[in-house]
Write a protein that binds this ligand. Sequence first.
Ligand code: SAM
Length: 224
Amino acid sequence: SDCQFSVPTMPSEFDWSESFPEFFSQEETTEGKDLKVRFADIGCGFGGLIVQMSPLFPKSLMVGMELRDKVSEYVKERIIALREQHPGQYENISVLRTNAMKYLPNYFEKGQLQKMFFLFPDPHFKEKNHRRRIISTALLAEYAYIMAVGGILYTITDVQELGEWMKTTLDAHPLFQPLTDEELEKDVCVPLLTTATEEGQKVERNGGSTYKAIYRRIAGPGYS
Ligand code: SAM
């Protein structure tokens, strides 16, 4: 469980240079370079999303967060192999084993993240387990805190009831606003939600339905 991995007590304590050695090594060219993680894929599974997004946003650092040890190790190896096969590429992606429901503010500062992804999260069907869902009123306050105003939060599921739950919970939150159809059309990440991840591909193969809820972090009255 949690005691098997170490957690920084605050974001400034965490050394990201091990995750992104190439970005941090070129001291002389770091000027104007953004060395903060801007995208987080929560419960990244086998890492399909960050792998596909890497070349689309080569200057943005992105991290997959995954609770399962073996799965996060797999993603780590996958990234090492990709970096070896394609020198100079895939340097902007990394994976962390952590419990994202507990520790996100230990890794990210206020307003740091430009994108957060919650793709095919565990449904926790039973009513008494709804508090364990990764989209909840309490956790949305935390996500709002670590997200930049204007940042985008993406969710998708193949479980209709969970899709409705995520939408209702996000709609009720004053710091999130749904993207318009036009904005969804223009967003290059939206198609990846169904095609990039292992879970998304499984649902596509089986011809299943998916339910998306995609929201912008907005400024609140008297609160940024
Ligand atoms: N997003 C991936 C995809 O679309 O293929 C994986 C979806 S899988 C159904 C859900 C993943 O979330 C699992 O890999 C699980 O281990 C991970 N997970 C569940 N709770 C988590 C938590 N608290 N912190 C980090 N990862 C978590």
